[in-house]
Design a protein around this ligand. Sequence first.
Ligand SMILES: C[S@@+](CC[C@H](N)C(=O)[O-])C[C@H]1O[C@@H](n2cnc3c(N)ncnc32)[C@H](O)[C@@H]1O
Length: 272
Amino acid sequence: MTAGDHLDALRSYYERAEERERLSRACGALEFERTKELIMRYLPPAPAVVADVGGGPGRYALWLSALGYEVHHRDVVPLHVSQLEEERGDLPIETAVGDARSLDLGDGSADAVLLLGPLYHLESRADRVVALDEARRVVRPGGHVFAAAISRWAARHDAILLKRVYRSVPETLALVAGVERTGMLPPVSPGSFFGYTHRPGQLRSEARAAQLDVVSLVSVEGAASLLTDLDERRQSAEDWEVVLDTARATESVPELLGIGPHLLATCRRGIE
Ligand SMILES: C[S@@+](CC[C@H](N)C(=O)[O-])C[C@H]1O[C@@H](n2cnc3c(N)ncnc32)[C@H](O)[C@@H]1O
């Protein structure tokens, strides 16, 4: 696939406009809540400057801006930029179409950079390291870069174990074995999600290749992502806290890092 074809495929996937609601339910809600708490462990207090690169329709940008942060949002899909423009109301979020590999943001201009999406879609290691290197350039010395990746085993857990897609698409079983070998996730059915999946050590190695210090590398959702009744559990404060606590208790266990769908590397730009 040429770079232009890849971008067209990415835009047409996201133009189905499902991304806007993804973090509002089930495992997406767990991802959102956990990612926010993981970010908050390292983010300086507001008002600080945050670049949200690959920010999608802007759930994190809206959350941070409402807390008083100065947010600069970039995404390669124009629809996501216009969705955020519609939703931001009076919040002073600056947004534009932009590619994580070549940002129009100044050197050291942000106190923190969110990179919660581009690494899912950049298929070559060289491109992923360029995106991480751009994030390092944009963050100030001593600032943090939060880089998310999809776990290598996410497709098996989601498409095979949870959704039993092999019943309607038998080739899914072989396809998932290929994902685990190569990392490349093709669409399981026409028009479905496609991207790149990481082993935990690979994410660590790519961040290091971009001269970032990896401060922590965790599973965002952990084993709770395998529960089919997460929305019901969210209705009970006690049940939801147990879900979150389980994710916290197991987030850094090396043997369990790949069990949830997302990995989060918190990285720091050294002080030169
Ligand atoms: C699954 S969405 C995640 C959106 C949001 N950050 C979140 O976590 O909810 C992945 C996002 O990365 C964006 N993206 C993919 N490749 C990119 C690139 N090279 N530069 C900028 N954005 C990119 C996509 O357009 C999409 O909005």
